[in-house]
Design a protein around this ligand. Structure first.
Ligand SMILES: NC(=O)c1ccc[n+]([C@@H]2O[C@H](COP(=O)([O-])OP(=O)(O)OC[C@H]3O[C@@H](n4cnc5c(N)ncnc54)[C@H](O)[C@@H]3O)[C@@H](O)[C@H]2O)c1
Length: 394
């Protein structure tokens, strides 16, 4: 019996998606009935517009407004969504829509996997983290038993609708956290993206990603395109258990847990990227100058590069947990230059001494930050990108 299937989904970039004149959401949903699961914090800014949109284009849709945060990212909240789907009488082809940040998208992905053994779901990610990462992939998860993302699924969405206009209301620290995921994919794949973010990140954050005009959407599209390329090679993480997109995701989960989720996801990813880059330097994969450049970019964007939680014990613990998760291989992603990276495959590639020296490099850079390394000049225009990328999944 051959059980393989091919699933494709569209990632559509649009603007003003809650304007009833914009058919994008209704087109992507492709069903008369469904349930929109909305981050309750969006209510004041978006609920009236959502209701108008649904009344005009999707009158058979219900809305569930939920308190959504890392503390609410639990099976309990997933079951609340399942109960609302049942109350709404959703049938097998009717749709869940996630309207919110990464937490909301992750919760809906899990609920959609469970209800009637699988409902289609569409994500409308409303934070930068979700627009360039959490909301565009296949993975959903909840925290469980003290473990970040311990329970979860790989369920492709039916579609993703990315609207940078939502970023106008996102708090600056949350936008900075999202920049970390963009820098992440740039550091391993695209030096021009890093340069553009470095040059314009401050203005993008200060303007809710509206200024310089059009640039935010282009950089988001480029980040998504790179991310989808990375995911498409092995979307269910079945084969190699190593992906460049996992840069910054070896130590970060443990640091988030230890902080009680006071560290934002992107902040933890930034600290992990700094550490992984310093390890790259220690192991001869990255020059001192390139390390200084990477650390300067992170600091310049307002991201942290160190935390007291990054102790020898917690870092070793994180590496061992990651290796267990990756079938015994560490596969630490380390940059070899700005825009290129490789893997350190074995746990034995990074010993305690390497970690300690890597941390000292970061600490000395952090204390010398009054004289940061020169930043790479940005191209006038970032590389043009397809504003409607489509990914095919094996
Ligand atoms: N599934 C994946 O592949 C994947 C990838 C990366 C991250 N994640 C997960 O994503 C989560 C982080 O996502 P996040 O940073 O979006 O967190 P989040 O969903 O908690 O959103 C951050 C904050 O922004 C608020 N918010 C959301 N949209 C807003 C808007 N348009 N205007 C104003 N406020 C808004 C939220 O209420 C919340 O307070 C983590 O749980 C992480 O594990 C998942």
């Amino acid at each position: 019996m051959d059980c393989s299937t091919v699933r494709r989904f569209d990632v559509v970039l649009s603007s003003d998606v809650l304007d009833p004149h914009n058919p994008a959401l209704a087109d992507l949903v492709g069903s008369d009935r469904g349930l929109v699961v909305m981050d309750g914090a969006l209510g004041a800014a978006y609920r009236a517009r959502l209701d108008r949109y649904l009344a005009t284009r999707l009158p058979g849709f219900h809305v569930l407004s939920l308190a959504v945060s890392e503390q609410h990212k639990t099976m309990g909240t997933v079951l609340d969504i399942c109960a609302a789907a049942q109350d709404a009488g959703l049938a097998r082809r009717e749709v869940l829509v996630a309207l919110g940040g990464g937490v909301c998208c992750d919760l809906v992905s899990v609920a959609a996997t469970l209800v009637r053994r699988g409902l289609p779901y569409v994500t409308v990610p409303t934070t930068l983290v979700a627009q360039v990462d959490a909301g565009i992939g296949l993975k959903g998860a909840v925290n469980f038993g003290g473990g970040k993302n311990y329970l979860g699924c790989f369920t492709p969405p039916a579609g993703v609708l990315v609207d940078p206009d939502f970023l106008r209301t996102v708090q600056p620290p949350e936008l900075v956290s999202g920049l970390a995921e963009m820098v992440k994919i740039g550091l391993v794949r695209d030096a021009d993206l890093v340069a553009a973010l470095t040059a314009h990140g401050g203005r993008l954050v200060a303007s809710g990603f509206t200024q310089p005009a059009g640039l935010g959407a282009r950089l988001i599209a480029r980040s998504i395109q790179l991310m989808l390329e990375e995911l498409a090679a092995d979307p269910y993480e079945e084969f190699e258990l190593r992906r460049l997109a996992d840069f910054g995701h070896t130590f970060s989960g443990r640091l988030e847990e230890l902080s009680g989720y006071a560290l934002r996801h992107g902040e933890a990813v930034a600290i992990d990227m700094a550490l992984s880059s310093a390890v790259a330097c220690e192991t001869g994969h990255l020059t001192d100058a390139a390390l200084a450049e990477i650390l300067s970019v992170l600091l310049h964007l307002g991201l942290p590069i160190t935390t007291d939680l990054a102790t020898e014990a917690s870092l070793l613990d994180a590496m061992r947990a990651t290796a267990r998760h990756r079938a015994g291989a560490l596969n630490l992603v380390v940059p070899t230059a700005v825009g290129a990276a490789t893997f350190l495959p074995k746990l034995s590639d990074v010993d305690v001494g390497t970690l300690a020296r890597a941390r000292r490099r970061i600490d000395s850079h952090a204390s010398a930050q009054l004289q940061p390394a020169p930043l790479r000049p940005a191209p006038l225009e970032p590389a043009p990108s397809d504003l409607r990328p489509t990914v095919g999944l094996p």
